[in-house]
Each structure stands twice: as structure tokens, then as C-alpha cells.
Write a protein that binds this ligand. Sequence first.
Ligand code: FAD
Ligand code: FES
Length: 281
Amino acid sequence: MFPIVLHEELSPGVHRMSVKAPEVARKCGPGQFVIVIIDEKGERIPFTVSGWDTAAKTVDFVYVEVGKSTRQLAGLKPGDNLAHLVGPLGRAAEIDRFGHVVAVASGYGIAAIVPVLDALRAKGNRVTTILQAPDVERIFGRSALERSSDRLILAAGENGPDMTASATFPLRRLLADHRGSPVDRVIVMGSICLMRIISEMTRPYGVRTMVHLTPLMVDGTGMCGACRLSVDGNNRFACVHGPEFDGHKVTGWDVLMARRCTYSDESVLRQGFQCRGCSQW
Ligand SMILES: Cc1cc2nc3c(=O)[nH]c(=O)nc-3n(C[C@H](O)[C@H](O)[C@H](O)COP(=O)(O)OP(=O)(O)OC[C@H]3O[C@@H](n4cnc5c(N)ncnc54)[C@H](O)[C@@H]3O)c2cc1C
Ligand code: FES
């Protein structure tokens, strides 16, 4: 059993959960994920780890309520137990000294990208982060991103402080600023369509762009094939070869998006996520 030690709502429908899981906390790396099973009848739910504490022996993740399992999770309280929490799974994000890294985060990616940014800055990179939210009311995790970035830009709907609805506008300006502060690497965590759009945007600039892909997963250990995707013409399993991939080498975006929304029912589609397919902002 895995006891829940903290559970709070960060913005409407977005929650942070901290769970006691000593072995997972001991081995976690930035960008890795866990699979949670709420009770003995529960399905497997993959979540990217947004933090861990080796002293307290806890791991944190932030999740968006989208369907049956995440709604059930939202009903749990500190002191309740999760039946299973398996991890860390997947490969940690590639961390090296790249120079100026621009990060784009939306949805749960706003929290999940924090350990990646901390590791990049610890290596001496300068990090500019663009936080995208559908509107100002749904911004969360701003102070954590401010702490983990050298500069934070908000893209939060037409009423946002930057008056821009999409991360693509500030990103385009940063990419065009060759002389001032060239961009050496882009990293994106958010909806699949955002990751796709940004990969296409950076391609002409030749700026390596890492995306954190979230296809449907079942076992999370490379055995079932559910999470397969096409990268550079080869079949890859996101759970063992990823979830971080070079966005310019992903060749099967259409298939990936179609498979991801296979189980979207009307209740998911009615919620008006920016990306209806992958039910994330
Ligand atoms: C590696 C990885 C990391 C993820 N990290 C996070 C995270 O940190 N926070 C977060 O909110 N969400 C994350 N997700 C997505 C999350 O797993 C789904 O939102 C969740 O499984 C939805 O379950 P549900 O029963 O509430 O919704 P459902 O009604 O079952 O499904 C709603 C939508 O969620 C997606 N989904 C459903 N089951 C899965 C599955 N097993 N694998 C992947 N997608 C699924 C589908 O797009 C589906 O249309 C991650 C997914 C992957 C693969
Ligand atoms: S989830 Fe089964 S192979 Fe990746």
C-alpha cells in the first residue's frame, strides 16, 4: 500500500498528490514517470513525477482530471492508500550543458518539467520558460517555474499578462533573436498537439527540440506494445525508449494522436481542452 501524504487542488481540476514510496523516491530522475493503480479493480494510470524527497521518502505528481480514474483519484484524501505505485519508469531526460534552453510547459507539464529545468540549470544552462494556460484563472505552478527558470514568460489567453493566447508567439520571437540570445535547445511538455506544433516550428531553425510523449500505455515496461510510435522510421516504445524524444524525428504524429484519443468519450470531449485528442491543455 502507498499512503497519500498530501493532496491539494492547484487550480480547477488540477491536483497535486504526494505519496509515500521510498524505493521510487530513492531512484527517481527528471522526466521519469510512475504508474498508479488506485485499488484492486483500478486501471493503470501513468503520471510524470514532478518532484521527490528522499528524506521524506515521497514522490509527487500533478494530474488533470479528465476521465474515470483521475476523477476517482480526486476523491481520495491524505491518509488514504493507493494500491500500487510502480516506478520510476522510462528514461530520464537528457541533461547536459546545451547553453540557452527554452522550455514550453502546459497542463500537467507545468509541474512535471520542474525537475528537468532544475537539472538543466545545475549543469550551467540558461533557461527561459514559457508557461501556457488556457486562461489566467487556470495558471498554477508559476512560482515554482520562476524559481527553476532564469526568465518566465506567461502565455495565458487573450487576457493574459503577455496578451498572447499561445506559447508559439513568444517562442517565435525567441527563435528569431539570433544575435541577442540564440536558442540552443527547446524542450516541451504539454498536449501532444502543442509538442507537434512546436517541433514543426523549430525545424527550420535547426534547434533540437525534445518532446515528452504520452501515448496510451498499459504495462509501462515494453511488453505490451500499446505505447509504440514511429521515430526516425523505427518503432519505439515510449515507456522504455522515451518518454523524451527528438520531436524532429517523430514521424507518426497523426497515428499517435489518433491512438491517444481512442478512449476519449463525450465527457472528455465536452471539457473543452485545447487538444481534444489527448485531453490536455
Ligand atoms: C508517460 C505518461 C505520463 C503522463 N503524465 C501525466 C501527468 O503527470 N499528469 C497528468 O494529468 N496526466 C499524465 N498523463 C496522462 C494520464 O495518464 C491520463 O490523463 C490518464 O490516464 C487519464 O485516465 P482517466 O481514466 O482519468 O481518463 P480516461 O477517460 O480513461 O481517458 C481520458 C484520456 O486520457 C488518455 N489516457 C487514458 N488512459 C491512458 C493511459 N493508460 N495512458 C496514457 N493516456 C491515457 C487518453 O487520451 C484518453 O482519451 C501521462 C501519460 C503518459 C503516457
Ligand atoms: S506501455 Fe506496454 S510497451 Fe509501453
